[in-house]
Structure formats: structure tokens, C-alpha cells
Design a protein. Structure first.
Length: 200
């Protein structure tokens, strides 16, 4: 090939390859995602025992982690509806309160399945969720002894998310989780959490 034709030929070759490279380098996001959130406040409906000086019905060391699958987005009112399903693990930090009228310290763990329906407009998404969770509550009584109980109940919540890019998003969530700490002490935990998710 003559030198005067080499440069245009190279440009033509690059132009023909560039779209293929762009498709390979920038694939559509996967429907699978995962995330975790730190519960900066988890409030309970427990009642303190009279005279319990260190009573604190809220925990600041709670959290959740989840993996989800998104179904096809549906256009809706200028945005898109995003249905998903999630498997969620819960960790409830320690609360100091009254359990069956005895002062103690309680915490819980749990595992749940929930459906999520989000409404996305631009980089923002508002969502609602509902599902079922299995939780195990445990309490250590200050006077000695402990108790541990299991519970299956409904969970629900709402959230807001902001997409940093096609993969990463920040989340602010509220979740209500049912917990049974002891034989007669059944309650609910309102977890407020801040976290992030990654879409593969």
C-alpha cells in the first residue's frame, strides 16, 4: 500500500472497530445486585423497667446485607417502575430495656425474602418493600440467665437511592422487622440505615 493511503486506511479500520469496542467495554448492567447498610438507629417498642438507669431502647450498631434480582423496567409517569426481589440478612445491635418486666440486654439476627417496587426518575429512585422474615432474638438478663426465641413475621419498609453511576448507588432506608426476644416479649424494630449497593 502506498504511504499516502496508509493513514486514511488506519482511520477507517479504527472507525469500524470502535463501535464493537464500545459495546464490549460498556455492557448493559446485570439484573443482579448486592448491597449493605449500616443501621445508624434501630428503635424498639420495648418498655424500660422502673429504676433501670441505663435503659436505652435504641441500638446504633445494627445493619443489613442483601442480594437482589431486578425484573424488566416498566415505563411509568415519566420514569420507570423497577420490580425486584431480594434476600436480606439482618443484624440487630444491643438494646438495654425491660424484657418480661426484667432488665436485660437484647439483640437479634434474621433472614428474609422481600419484594421491592421502585420508581426511578433520572438518578433518583424511591422504593417500597414488603416480605417475610425469620428472626431470632436473644436477651441476657442483668440479674442472671438468658432467653432465646424465634419468630416468623412480616417485614416492610421504604427507601430512597441515588445512582452514582451505572453500577454504584447510595441508599437511605427504613425497615420494620418483627422480633421475639423472650416468651412474652414480642416487638418490632424500626431500623434506619445508610448504605450502598453494586449492580454487576
Amino acid at each position: 500500500m502506498f504511504p499516502s493511503f496508509r493513514f486514511p486506511a488506519v482511520l477507517l479500520a479504527l472507525a469500524s472497530i470502535a463501535p464493537l469496542h464500545a459495546v464490549a467495554a460498556d455492557p448493559a448492567p446485570s439484573p443482579v445486585y448486592m448491597g449493605a447498610s449500616y443501621g445508624f438507629r434501630a428503635s424498639t417498642d420495648l418498655d424500660c423497667v422502673p429504676g433501670q438507669g441505663d435503659c436505652d431502647k435504641s441500638s446504633k450498631r445494627s445493619g443489613k446485607a442483601y442480594v437482589g434480582y431486578s425484573f424488566d423496567a416498566l415505563p411509568f409517569q415519566g420514569g420507570v417502575a423497577l420490580p425486584s426481589i431480594e434476600l436480606v440478612g439482618y443484624l440487630g445491635g444491643e438494646v438495654k430495656s425491660g424484657f418480661d418486666k426484667r432488665a436485660g440486654r437484647g439483640k437479634f439476627t434474621g433472614l428474609g425474602m422481600q419484594g421491592v417496587l421502585g420508581y426511578q426518575f433520572d438518578a433518583f429512585t424511591l422504593s417500597g418493600r414488603a416480605g417475610v422474615a425469620y428472626t431470632q432474638g436473644k436477651v441476657d438478663y442483668l440479674g442472671g440467665g438468658s432467653d432465646k426465641k424465634d419468630k416468623i413475621g412480616l417485614t416492610y419498609g421504604i427507601g430512597a437511592a441515588y445512582a452514582l453511576n451505572k453500577n454504584w448507588s447510595l441508599h437511605l432506608d427504613w425497615d420494620r422487622v418483627p422480633v421475639k426476644y423472650s416468651t412474652r416479649q414480642t416487638g418490632k424494630v424500626d431500623m434506619f440505615s445508610l448504605g450502598a449497593s453494586y449492580r454487576f
